[in-house]
Design a protein around this ligand. Structure first.
Ligand SMILES: [Cu+2]
Length: 402
């Protein structure tokens, strides 16, 4: 009698475990995906999907949750190849749930594992496979995690900015050579912290926003209304960095970085997004317009712009007003040990140097012709923002002193 009671208690307890996890997401990792590129060619991809019968999409499904929720990812690997994991980038998970192979568990073919995390501050985060991550991320094993505030989904966070609609630009690249079986089906030994896999040179030919490029973006129009805010999420999981140029009539305001609010929002119509970074912007159109957000893909080593993609934005009731496109300035070297040079800035302009929390360190008005030297010699190593403000608009760039 007593043992039966204990048994009943155990089953009751097991029964409520799923209830404690308020959001359960099932993800399946597969190696058998096909992606159609804008030139009509098809490549093999690895990726994530929700259903056993589905081919993986690139990017994978967005994991969505509410602030404070416990999120349980039930991950199955049906791939007949290397193990896979789920690394939650930017989320403060414990090591056991972090998906770094030699520190956490890995999930082999026909096996599954649970990843648990408590949804932190509302914001935009990333997940990706961490097994030979340079290959598996390029292969397509990545997606977004979006955490929304508990009580009101039309604000960025409690007492934050209210918005009417939201849009996401999630950037990546594809080098088709990396999608040959000779690269994808690498040897693996996840007992080592570093993988002895020879990586080919990276020369991407395809530059993606939300997994699409060129004409495939024609139906990705961001739509809005005058005097109604749009919350724009930016994220980059490529190996190039992005310069995102927002039409001036949208009055771009940079409000959060890597899942945390900036203490001081920055007015900006150009923002640079480095690999792994996420930003949140409020777009506040005040008039009808028909324009595009331009995304540039810039080689980290050479600083050259490899490609540009455009995402149309329509603010209701187009009147046919032409908007001049933003000028792109450049800051180099970045990272630097002390001095940075700014060239191409309009004259006159004001440049402002802010620390990583958005506090103003110093600012200067200048009529100098470029290049303008900006010295951070007196400041500690770390991340800073340089903001250039002129009659033509404002431009914000992240710099690293190291
Ligand atoms: Cu993987």
């Amino acid at each position: 009698m007593r043992s039966r009671f204990i048994l009943a208690l155990v089953f009751t307890f097991l029964g409520i475990i799923p209830l404690l996890s308020q959001t359960t997401v099932s993800l399946i990792g597969r190696n058998t995906g096909t992606k159609v590129l804008s030139d009509g060619n098809k490549i093999r991809v690895f990726g994530f999907t929700h259903d056993f019968g589905e081919n993986p999409s690139v990017p994978g499904p967005t994991i969505e949750g509410f602030e404070g929720d416990s999120i349980l990812i039930d991950f199955w690997n049906i791939s007949q190849g290397a193990p896979h994991t789920i690394h939650l980038h930017g989320l403060d998970v414990d090591q056991a749930n972090d998906g770094v192979p030699h520190l956490s568990f890995e999930v082999h073919h026909m096996d599954h594992g649970y990843y648990r995390f408590k949804a932190p501050h509302p914001g935009t985060y990333l997940y990706h496979c961490h097994v030979v991550s340079s290959i598996h991320v390029q292969a397509g094993m990545y997606g977004l995690v979006i955490i929304r505030p508990k009580n009101d989904t039309n604000v960025t966070w409690e007492n934050g900015y209210s918005f009417h609609t939201e849009a996401t630009l999630f950037m990546s690249e594809i080098d088709t050579f990396w999608h040959h079986d000779s690269v994808l089906l690498h040897e693996y030994d996840t007992s080592m912290s570093h993988h002895m896999v020879a990586l080919p040179k990276y020369h991407p030919q395809h530059f993606l926003v939300n997994g699409k490029s060129n004409w495939q973006l024609d139906n990705q129009i961001i739509q809005g209304k005058a005097n109604a805010n749009i919350y724009l999420r930016l994220a980059n999981i490529g190996y190039f960095y992005n310069r995102v140029i927002i039409p001036k009539g949208l009055h771009g305001l940079l409000i959060d970085s890597d899942g945390r609010p900036l203490p001081n929002a920055l007015q900006s119509d150009t923002i640079e997004v480095f690999p792994g970074e996420r930003y949140g912007m409020i777009l506040a159109p005040t008039e009808e317009m028909d324009d595009s957000i331009v995304v540039q893909y810039i080689n980290m080593n050479t600083g050259t712009i490899a490609n540009e993609q455009a995402v149309a934005i329509q603010i209701e009731g187009y009147l046919g007003i032409e908007h001049p496109s933003s000028q792109a300035y450049s800051l180099w070297p970045n990272p630097s040990s002390g001095s940075f040079y700014l060239s191409g800035a309009p004259t006159p302009c004001t440049f402002r140097v802010l620390n990583s929390t958005g506090s103003l360190l110093f600012q200067k008005e200048t009529t100098e012709t470029s290049p303008i030297q900006i010295s951070l010699e007196a400041h500690p190593d770390g991340i800073y923002f340089i903001q250039v403000i002129s009659a033509q608009g404002s431009w914000t760039s992240k710099i690293i002193k190291q």
